[in-house]
Design a binder for this molecule. Sequence first.
Ligand SMILES: NC(=O)c1ccc[n+]([C@@H]2O[C@H](COP(=O)([O-])OP(=O)(O)OC[C@H]3O[C@@H](n4cnc5c(N)ncnc54)[C@H](OP(=O)(O)O)[C@@H]3O)[C@@H](O)[C@H]2O)c1
Length: 342
Amino acid sequence: MTAARAPLSVAGAMDRAVALAANGPAYGPNPRVGCVLLDSAGAVLGEGWHRGAGTAHAEVAAIADARTRGADVRGGTAVVTLEPCAHTGRTGPCVDALTEAGIAAVTYAVADPGDSSSGGAAVLATRGIPAMLTAHAGASALTHRWLTAMRRGRPYVIAKWAATLDGRMAAADGTSVWITGPEARDHAHGIRAEVDAIAVGTGTVLVDDPRLSARPGGEDGPHQPLRVVIGHRDTSGRRVWRDSHAVSVPSHDPRDVLAALWEREVRSLVVEGGPTVLSAFLREGLVDEVHAYIAPVLLGAGPSVVDDLGIGTMADALRGQHVNLQPLGADTLIVAHLSRGI
Ligand SMILES: NC(=O)c1ccc[n+]([C@@H]2O[C@H](COP(=O)([O-])OP(=O)(O)OC[C@H]3O[C@@H](n4cnc5c(N)ncnc54)[C@H](OP(=O)(O)O)[C@@H]3O)[C@@H](O)[C@H]2O)c1
């Protein structure tokens, strides 16, 4: 790890902890967390971040880093992006690791909403270690999807589609390869590489036979999301079933899909279509974020991105918030958060 040489304020250490946290994987059941240990003069004693489920938590990694540096962390302050956990999961409680190391104070940026893992600050306080919450926008942004999933008790849902200027998702004959250009498609592969699962309906599997793999830069990436097929029809023999990293959810209820995936520790899901499945998730208010890749293409016929959502008047329209536009070659990506999903 690279040592920060100049003394840091607690705020400066939190900026650093957020930057460290970003080294961790965006996918997986655990959030991205970073930790910096400071002495009373602001010197960095150790740094760490969480590398994913089953590996050391950020606090434990930072304590180990301090040992490697020969630094004594007793009496130090731990600056950590997420409230230290108070439970034994795949690894032991961070509150115990901090207590045993002799840490004297903790500052954290985001409270842990987990049923079993929360309450770390209160535990530390009972041990005479003050733990102070200091909000940090970067830390919140980094944990937004995970926090939303934990609070809702279901995976964070991104609805993704590629559409024409006139809102068509496929041509009249069902073909949709390719509405958008290579830049947009590569971008979408990058998003797939950051989530736990990708879902489509049986209709898309039968018409398009998609691979549903994450191929950022054109190659299979090291992390492949779980492939999920929603619906009853037999899709055996299709490419989605090429290995065991795929699951069928024979239901038309998106809540069944999310419950089944939550059981498998899926915390983030991209729903990629088709229109029937996308509409079902939107209708149930189960979409947190929309990723619409819009191509300067007109079809004039073919399925629309969504069908009836039960909205009869403008006042009831689903409106995106925190909207972001990104040009990708000839296409534009519109990212919008849905008010019902936040
Ligand atoms: N442009 C894009 O981004 C994009 C992406 C994907 C697909 N597409 C296009 O979309 C078209 C396929 O559309 P689609 O609507 O048939 O695909 P779909 O949404 O993938 O699949 C629909 C099927 O899923 C099952 N299903 C799951 N949940 C359901 C629910 N709540 N209500 C009803 N049925 C449900 C039903 O099959 P069962 O009878 O098996 O239960 C239904 O026939 C293709 O032309 C494809 O190329 C475009």
